[in-house]
Design a protein around this ligand. Structure first.
Ligand code: EPU
Length: 419
C-alpha cells in the first residue's frame, strides 16, 4: 500500500510536459487488433491502464515489443484468441473496446464486463445497439459480453446519448464491415479524432471524426508498417491548469493542444486567472483569490466531467458561492466529502453541488475515490495548510504518469510513501 504525502503552501512555478492521452491510448491499443501487420505506437503514457492493455493483447496472441517506456511495437498478424476474462476486463473501463475490435477482426468476441472508476451507472446499451445494427448477435450473461456475426454490414446508427465509448467501439467494429456506416450524434472528444486518425493511417476510411456525424466506409483490410503518435492528454493539461490557479502559481504547460483546452481556458479567465496560449504550450497564472463561477459539465467541446473535481478544488477556495452541475456521471461528487474533511464547505445534492468558498483548506488524511478525485486531492493538498495524506492512490496511477515527479518539479512538496 502506498500513499502520497503532500505538505501544502507552495505556489507552483515552472514547466511541466504533458504525456500522451490515456483515453486515446486505451482505444488505440485495442484498435491495433484490426491491423493485419505491425504498428508502432509512440507517446504512450507510462500508466498502469496502458501496461495492462498491452498485456491483454499479448494474451490474445499479439507479439509486443517495448522500445522504451512510451513506445511499443505491436504485431497483430496472428491473433489466437477472441476471449478476455472478467478478472482482467473488470480492472478498467476501456476493456470494452475489445468487443468492437475483436468483433471487427474475428467476427467474434467474448469479453468480461468492464470495470473502471465508480461514477454511478455506466451502461453500455449504446455500444450493444451499434454492434447489433451492424449485424452482430450479442449475449450478456455470467459477467461476459459475447458478440458474434457471420458478417458485419454498414448501416446508419443514431446514438441516443453522446457517448465516447460507444462512438469509438462502433467505429472499431465497422472499419472492416461491408459498406458504409454512419454514426449520428457521435461524441467529438479529441481522442475520438485520434483513434480515427490512427485507423486512417493504417488504411481505414473514416470521415467526420470530431463532428457529430462520422462516416466509415468499410475496407477489406488494414495494413501495418506505420508509426502513430498518441495525442497529448487534454485532461492532464487541464489538471495542471487547475493546479496553477488553485495554488496562485505560474506554470507553463508544454506539449499540449491549446485548441482542446478552450472551455477550460475560458473558465480560468472567468475566475480571474490568466492564460496565454502559444502553439503547443500554454502559460497559466493566478495572483489573487479566484472568483466564484458556475460550471456545467458537458460532452466536448463543453467543460469536461474529467476536470470537474479539480475545478471543485479551485472553487472550494474561491471568493463567493459557486455551483457545479454534473451532467454526465451520477456519482462524481464523492470527492466533496474528502474536501470537506479539509475544511471545504461543499453541499452536494443530486446533480448539483454548492461550493461556499473558504479562505483556506487544512491538510487531512483523505481517500481518492476515483482517478480524477485523486488528482483533485493532490491539488487540494498543495494549496492546504499543513500535511495531507492521500490513500487509494492506485486510482491515480491508472491515469497519470509520474504525477508526483511532475508536481515536485513545479515546487510542490509531495512524497510517495510505502506503508
Ligand atoms: N451512456 C449510456 N449508454 C451507453 C454509454 C454511455 O447511457 O451505452 C451514458 C453514460 O452513463 C454517461 C454518458 O452516456 O452518462 C457518457 O458516457 P461515455 O460513454 O461517454 O463514457 P465512457 O466511454 O464510459 C469515457 C472516459 C471517461 C469520461 C467519459 C466522458 C474512457 C476510457 N473513459 O467514459 O473517463 O468521463 O468518457 O467524457 O475513455 C476518466 O478518464 O477519469 C474517465 C472516467
Amino acid at each position: 500500500m502506498e500513499k502520497l504525502v503532500v505538505t501544502g503552501g507552495t505556489p507552483l512555478k515552472g514547466d511541466v510536459t504533458i504525456s500522451g492521452a490515456k483515453n486515446a491510448a486505451v482505444a488505440i491499443i485495442p484498435a491495433t487488433l484490426l491491423v493485419n501487420g505491425v504498428c508502432t505506437i509512440e507517446n504512450l503514457p507510462n500508466i498502469s491502464d496502458v501496461k495492462l492493455y498491452v498485456d491483454i493483447l499479448k494474451s490474445l496472441g499479439a507479439k509486443v515489443k517495448w522500445i522504451n517506456l512510451h513506445e511499443v511495437t505491436i504485431d497483430t498478424r496472428e491473433i489466437t484468441s477472441h476471449e478476455a476474462p472478467l478478472e482482467i476486463t473488470s480492472k478498467f473501463r476501456a476493456s470494452y473496446y475489445l468487443i468492437g475490435a475483436l468483433l471487427g477482426r474475428l467476427k467474434k468476441a467474448k469479453v468480461g464486463s468492464p470495470g473502471g472508476c465508480n461514477l454511478g451507472q455506466r451502461p453500455i446499451d449504446q455500444h450493444i445497439k451499434g454492434f447489433e445494427a451492424l449485424g452482430a448477435n450479442i449475449t450478456v450473461a455470467n459477467g461476459n459480453i459475447t458478440a458474434e456475426a457471420d458478417k458485419l454490414v454498414g448501416t446508419n446508427i443514431y446514438m441516443d446519448v453522446v457517448s465516447v465509448g460507444a462512438t469509438i467501439n462502433v467505429m472499431l467494429a465497422s472499419v472492416l464491415a461491408e459498406g458504409t456506416t454512419i454514426i449520428d450524434n457521435a461524441a467529438k472528444e479529441p481522442h475520438i479524432v485520434d483513434v480515427a486518425n490512427f485507423l486512417n493511417t493504417m488504411g481505414a476510411d473514416i470521415r467526420g471524426a470530431g463532428t457529430d456525424v462520422i462516416k466509415i466506409n468499410g475496407v477489406q483490410e488494414l495494413k501495418g508498417n506505420a508509426t502513430y503518435s498518441v495525442v497529448p492528454d487534454q485532461i492532464e493539461a487541464g489538471t495542471f491548469m487547475m493546479a496553477a490557479v488553485a495554488s496562485r502559481g505560474d506554470i507553463t504547460i508544454r506539449n499540449c493542444i491549446t485548441k482542446h483546452l478552450e472551455s477550460i481556458t475560458a473558465k480560468v479567465i472567468e475566475i480571474g486567472g490568466h492564460v496565454v496560449s502559444n502553439g503547443d504550450h500554454l502559460r497559466v497564472w493566478c495572483t489573487d483569490r479566484p472568483h466564484k463561477a458556475n460550471i456545467k459539465t458537458l460532452p466536448y467541446p463543453g467543460f469536461p466531467t474529467d476536470l470537474q473535481p479539480q475545478m471543485g478544488v479551485v472553487l472550494s477556495t474561491a471568493d463567493g458561492i459557486s455551483y457545479i452541475t454534473e451532467s454526465i456521471w451520477e456519482s462524481r461528487f464523492q470527492y466533496t466529502a474528502e474536501l470537506n474533511k479539509m475544511g471545504a464547505k461543499i453541499t452536494p445534492s443530486g446533480k448539483q453541488a454548492v461550493f461556499e468558498g473558504v479562505e483556506k483548506l487544512q491538510g487531512a488524511p483523505v481517500y481518492a475515490t476515483d482517478l480524477r478525485a485523486g488528482a483533485a486531492l493532490i491539488i487540494a493538498g498543495i494549496v492546504a495548510d499543513g500535511v495531507t495524506e492521500i490513500y487509494n492512490i492506485n486510482h491515480i496511477d491508472r491515469g497519470y504518469e509520474n504525477i508526483e515527479e511532475k508536481f515536485k518539479k513545479l515546487g510542490a512538496k509531495i512524497e510517495r510513501i510505502e506503508e
